[in-house]
Design a protein around this ligand. Sequence first.
Ligand code: ARG
Length: 452
Amino acid sequence: VTLWGGRFAEEPADELWRFTVDESDRRLLGDDVVGSLGHVAMLEVVGIIDEEDADAMRMGLRTIGTEAAEGSFEWKDTDEDVHTAVERRLGELIGDTAGKLHAGRSRNDQVGVDLRLYLKRSGATRIEEIEGMVEVLADKAEAVGDTIVASYTHLQQAQAIPLAHHFLAYAWMLLRDRDRFADMLRRIDVSPLGAGASAGSRLPLDPAVSAAMLGFSDVFHNSMDAVGARDFVSEYAYCCAQTMVTLSRLAEELVIWSTSEFGWVVLSDRFTTGSSAMPHKKNPDAAELARGRSAAVIGDLVALLTLQKGLPLTYNRDLQEDKRGVFHADDTLAGALRVMQAMIPSGDFDPPEPTAMVGALDLAELLVSRGVPFRSAHEAVGRLVMRLAAEGRALDDATAGELEATHVQLVPEDVTSLTAPASVAARQSPGGGSMESVAAQLDAVRRHLGQS
Ligand code: ARG
């Protein structure tokens, strides 16, 4: 069944059918039914159809909705797309009255409303999952207490920090990913229904009626924009891609941390896999796949942007391809969020202390607090580090005498401030790697979780 047979003397060729029909829109079935119910309500309110017809269509559409929910809806190879399938099925259920459904509507505004309904819902679920992930990180930050590790720059040990500070960095990144989803959803929350094929209709449509009935906060202002724009799809994919990149970076940390070289974490047996060849291996495959799959989600975003860049307004069949990309991005993100959220709590974190060299900046800052210009302090401590490193000694191996020789402003007691725990204990600046900051961050993160 096509919705456009009248103008054609011949049936579509198999090759054309196989090339143009894309079953990935089948998951819009429930939303197509809901969108159609919104359209029926509007047609009735403005008097294009009478109550009897509207009731018949509502009844048929509800039956299709049930079939969709139960998974019993029967697709036909001859259904060109989800919209055709619903109209075909409605005809089977209520007869000729089904032919009145498409008045004042086009598949161009219809597919827009379906996809927006779908993404509003899936976006809300992704937000909940991201928040679940933030919670897991906050819990882990709390659980590791005052465990101290090094922060890294250039993957070289930088400063001593509470491990919790590192977890919370990801909590903040993910909160921004959550906020991006929420902000993007406001722009998706605009109904395009009533835009028709491209320029509206000579029928007295009232798009505000179907928009309100479908729970949209706003309605389109320009019919060409409504049916031609897909920035809401690429923006959704961007939110997925950015969140995948956050997860990918965290996954990379887990991969590094679980090496025997780092030895920060032992991932649970339930979230690691073995080697078919090497009996000793325990591999962080879930983290690696989360990292690896971010590549294809970035690809989805690039494909969606490229899909739009050369299209004249309004609808072009190219746009059918948007669903495949955005569904793939969304599904991939959902899978990665679920596995990472389950994997992190199961990790047993017991990192070795960083080398005491991470106190070098502390020593320089100690001199600054005694009036020494930072540049000379840096130079003096640098010379001490060079000497110690040449002898294979760490900063906290420095003797009181060596300290005094480093700079006249240093006193023998300063030796006690050279360890990593002393460095963390002395950290003062807000938002820095101190236990006070970690406590404040935990409060703030949990507060942010309460308000999306
Ligand atoms: N299957 C189409 C899509 O996903 C629905 C809109 C078709 N519109 C049209 N004029 N052929 O984009």
